[in-house]
Design a protein around this ligand. Sequence first.
Ligand SMILES: *Cc1c(COP(=O)(O)O)cnc(C)c1O
Length: 348
Amino acid sequence: MDRIDFRSDTVSWPTPEMREAMATARVGDDVFGEDPSINELEALAADKLGKEAALFVTSGTQGNLIAVLGHARRGDEAILGYESHVFQWEVGGMASIGGILPHTIPTDAIGRMDRAAVEAAVRADDHHLGHSTLLLVENSFGGRGGTALPKEYFADLRGVANRHGLAMHMDGARVFNAAVALGVEAADLVADVDTVTFCLSKGLCAPVGSILCGPTDFIEEARRTRKSLGGGMRQAGILAAAGLISLRSMIDRLAEDHAHASLLAQKLSTLDAVRVHMETVQTNIVHFELEHGSRISPEAFCARLDAEYGIGLGTYPPNLLRAVTHFWVGEKEVGALVDAIAAILKSS
Ligand SMILES: *Cc1c(COP(=O)(O)O)cnc(C)c1O
């Protein structure tokens, strides 16, 4: 990469090995189901997640939307965390495109919904009310600094879902980060949800794409929905070639990103004017804030870091700074970031 960039893991470029594989990928027309690389990627993804089938989609947002449209009908309600990515950052697609009502529940400091609150959000069988049909969960939980939520949490919510006939979808954009951090297989972590989306284009370093996994008949219908949303792609095997490398050799190394995030958090916490949200540093994201009374806003701070040091750093509402580690930032870059932050704090 040509600069130090901690804004997100989405900025990660494909690895040299990926570029090589993309250049020589076997391809076909995937809308005809004839792209061998896509077919191989979908089979491998389904296998890794322990689901029957999988569908390559353009983005995590598209994968989540297709899943929601598959589980709920117009006028139905989907229960999800207020701080969840689907509610905060996906343009309200479930409402604008699907006519589905998001019913939000607050999440705690590590991104969990309270089971009783979920249960209370389920609508009674009454003709004044819509049907509650879907429970949406997320892992790792991005809005809380990428916390890795354990299998027991999802198993508990599955009990609620079963009692009320709700389907469960997981926005698992970074589910492999969660699995690596918890030391479990991703398939175990998603065993209690019906469907799951994950991103190839974040820590797994592929340039484009996400995958939706679930039961065979659900994925067949999802293929139709993807086409209707303009997501049918032709020689997409060029992208799948990178995605295959993501699944074969980029998962275990996520532990390095986590170690770098942990190192960054430790170093930042030695700076006087910085408060790191240590309890949420569990995967590859570090949320921190400048001490109260600091005269510089998070946005202005990032702008200075970029202009004076050429380093990218992100913000997160309402007042947080966010650093995300990935394949292209190691110990040296962590050191450069901390030094630059210390220098700006000293001079502001
Ligand atoms: C990145 C992300 C998504 C999907 O993002 P796209 O940019 O649409 O691929 C969904 N959920 C979470 C938690 C994410 O971090």
